[in-house]
Design a protein around this ligand. Structure first.
Ligand code: XMP
Length: 510
């Protein structure tokens, strides 16, 4: 594997993504990971990421110099490039002009890191500081008009640095540079396939869980379903799955999950109907945070009750969760605790219910989870599904949640999503859904005045849900969807299409 030390750059995630796309495994660690934390992973190479700081600032982030003793190749990118120079005895000074955006770089040789590239290449840079003096043994291997050391190499130590970002698509041959580093310089093997990963994961599960029982809450979402299937293949009837039917789920969701689980012959699968509890405790609540808290609380109470009941019959030692990689690495900021998890992804149980936590997908990105789902032969329909938030439709009904509003929204969402799935749009969109606005508008239908709800259709493109843009769905598709909704759903006479980006909006409405 390749270790990527995170200095807080916005593209750190992209570095690991690119390496995995190339067929090798990479993992992000905080910049201050200790020598032993890194050594134990037995990496074939280390990448120092970019970051917002300047190496000359007091308290600027620095990694342990002991990593040099590992005698493995190191590649510094942007901040990492300057840090590697400074740590090796070179000097960095403040530049007068910053270089930002696309730039043409001149390569002084085309071997090693730059094997297979042309003399001139387009790269993407963002920096102000400059190299004043290179350490001895370091040579310049590329420059731009503004930057005399756009890249360096030190063949003795196998240290390399690039001032630009090879991980972004605007650096046109960036993937080739990373590939040269990983396969030619680090001598890493192409071994990152979902098939291999599945085998490795299942071995780990077997060793850790042994013959103990595991409980897990299924939500109907891809992550929990893939985790459960993976576990089931290894531990079979020792897996206990609980689906809390909150009444806040999409049309047919509970039935679809039930069908899939039955088909896969899960013996211990329980649906707990808590619909009444949710709707009655949400009555009169309009504040978004209050709604979320109430939903979280009822969910835990319901799950806990079922878990206790099951525990009285069989010894359940583990709680499995569908946490995935981006959930652990909160944004790109370096954090002292590398695995901070979004609280809404966790079931935090009371202290008296102690479970050991197992998170089989904690190393995977969403698209990798989907690939694994395919490998596990889960139905395509379920794997393709867009993410769905824990609090469900409740945060897509602005204001009070009532049964009538839920029923209307479920129908609207169903029509919207079914129509999108008939086009190529669905798979290109990160997330699409409808939201119900708690206002009524006047309309006219069959010569009669109507006074009904307004719904808003949201569709966004995104890499990981952190930022998002609205999807440019063609008007003819939107027109068809709008007509269908107004004609088929009682209680709605107006359809809006949301064209806000995140930021400043968020993907969900509450
Ligand atoms: P926002 O609305 O914050 O959403 O832009 C970003 C992504 O997170 C999902 N989301 C949630 N997922 N529990 C979840 O499991 C939640 O409480 C929750 N809130 C938002 C949202 O659907 C989007 O994909």
């Amino acid at each position: 594997m390749i270790v990527v030390l995170n200095f807080g750059g916005q593209f750190t995630h992209l570095i690991t993504r690119r390496i995995r796309e190339l067929g090798s495994y990479a993992e992000i660690l905080p910049f201050n990971a200790t020598y032993s934390e890194i050594k134990v992973l037995n990496p074939k190479g280390i990448i120092l990421s970019g970051g917002p700081a300047s190496v000359n600032e007091e308290d600027s982030p620095c990694c342990s110099k002991k990593i040099f003793h590992l005698s493995i190749p190191i590649l510094g990118i942007c901040y990492g490039h300057q840090l590697l120079i400074k740590m090796s005895g070179g000097k960095i000074k403040k530049g007068k002009i910053s270089e930002y955006g696309k730039e043409t770089i001149t390569l002084l040789h085309r071997k090693g890191l730059f094997k297979g590239l042309s003399e001139k290449e387009q790269v993407w840079l963002s920096h102000r500081d400059k190299v004043e003096r290179l350490p001895k043994n370091f040579s310049v291997i590329a420059r731009t008009p503004q930057c005399s050391v756009a890249a360096f190499s030190s063949e003795i130590e196998k240290f390399y640095g690039v001032q630009f970002h090879p991980e972004v698509v605007h650096t046109l041959r960036g993937k080739k540079i990373l590939s040269n580093f990983i396969f030619d310089i680090c001598m890493e093997k192409k071994n990152w396939t979902v098939k291999n990963y599945k085998k490795r994961l299942q071995k780990e599960i077997r060793e850790r869980v042994d013959n103990k029982a595991v409980i897990m809450a299924l939500s109907g979402g891809v992550d929990s379903l893939v985790s459960a299937t993976l576990l089931h293949e290894v531990i079979g009837d020792n897996l206990y799955c609980v689906l809390v039917d909150t009444g806040l789920m999409r049309k047919n969701e509970v039935i679809d999950v039930k069908k899939t689980i039955r088909k896969m012959r899960f013996k211990n699968f329980y649906i707990v109907n808590a619909r009444e509890e949710f709707i009655s405790r949400l009555s009169g609540i309009t504040n978004p945070e209050e709604k979320r808290k109430i939903i979280g609380r009822i969910f835990i109470e319901t799950f806990e009750k079922k878990a206790k009941e099951l525990q009285s019959k069989s010894r359940i030692e583990f709680l499995a969760q569908g946490t995935i990689y981006p959930d652990r690495i909160e944004s790109a900021q370096p954090s002292k605790t590398a695995s901070k998890i979004k609280s809404h992804h966790n079931i935090i149980l009371p202290d008296n219910m102690k479970f050991k936590i197992i998170e089989p997908l904690h190393e995977l990105y969403k698209d990798e989870v989907r690939k694994l789902g395919k490998e596990l032969k889960l139905p395509e329909e379920l794997i393709r599904r867009h993410p769905f938030p824990g609090p469900g439709l409740a945060i897509r009904i602005l204001g009070e949640v009532t049964k009538k509003r839920l029923d209307i929204l479920r129908e609207v969402d169903y029509i919207y999503i079914s129509e999108l799935k008939k086009t190529e749009q669905y798979d290109n969109i990160w997330q699409a859904f409808a939201a119900l606005l708690p206002f009524r508008a006047v309309g006219v239908m069959g010569d009669k005045r109507t006074y009904e709800y307004i719904v808003s259709l949201r569709a966004v493109t995104s890499k990981d849900g952190m930022t998002a843009d609205w999807a440019r769905i063609p008007y003819r598709i939107l027109e068809k969807i709008s007509n269908k909704i107004v004609n088929q759903v009682n209680g709605v006479n107006r359809v809006l299409f949301d064209i806000s980006q995140k930021p400043p909006a968020t993907i969900e409405y509450e």
